[in-house]
Ligand binder design. Structure first.
Ligand code: FES
Length: 159
């Protein structure tokens, strides 16, 4: 077994705290994975291995759940995560143009993180505020009725 690095050690301790707080049954897996993503930005391989031992679940199963849900991540994410609603109601009120502008401004495609680790761009299905479409969620900030012209100004709020 390779030596454990300090970061891995912190991850393992953090994972143990999270499991102790939330629980170790199969039904706890998604909330636990969400908490690990929130705390560390992503679910690393050492985190999955520790969860496997603590929750008595195969690492493979944890990996499949972690890669199935968009709110979870097995890859490091940027400091700001942008989720763009790609569902039809937002799409038909100008979402396509807003998304094109967003991708161009960030020089990113969905699923990518910028080289400086500032941004991760994701698409999402309906965020539940269709009357405000097109909708962009940046971290926990929701922007509605977004036009292509507003994209740069919205991004500049995170300078
Ligand atoms: S379709 Fe975009 S928020 Fe519902």
């Amino acid at each position: 077994m390779p030596p454990v690095t300090i970061n891995e050690e912190e991850t393992i301790l953090g994972v143990r705290r999270i499991v102790k707080r939330i629980g170790a049954t199969r039904a706890d897996l998604i909330p636990v994975l969400q908490a690990v993503t929130n705390e560390f930005g992503f679910i690393s391989q050492p985190a999955m291995e520790e969860l496997s031992a603590l929750m008595n679940l195969p690492t493979k199963e944890i990996h499949s759940v972690a890669t199935f849900y968009r709110m979870l991540s097995t890859q490091p994410r940027g400091r700001h995560v942008i989720q763009f609603c790609e569902s039809a109601p937002c799409h038909v009120v100008g979402g396509r143009e807003v998304f094109a502008t967003l991708k161009q401004a960030l020089a990113l495609e969905p699923g990518q993180t910028s080289p400086d680790n500032k941004w991760t761009l994701l698409t999402t299905s309906c965020l539940g505020v269709c009357g405000m479409g097109p909708v962009i969620l940046i971290d926990t900030d929701m922007y509605g009725n977004v036009t292509p012209e507003q994209v740069k100004e919205i991004l500049s709020r995170y300078e």
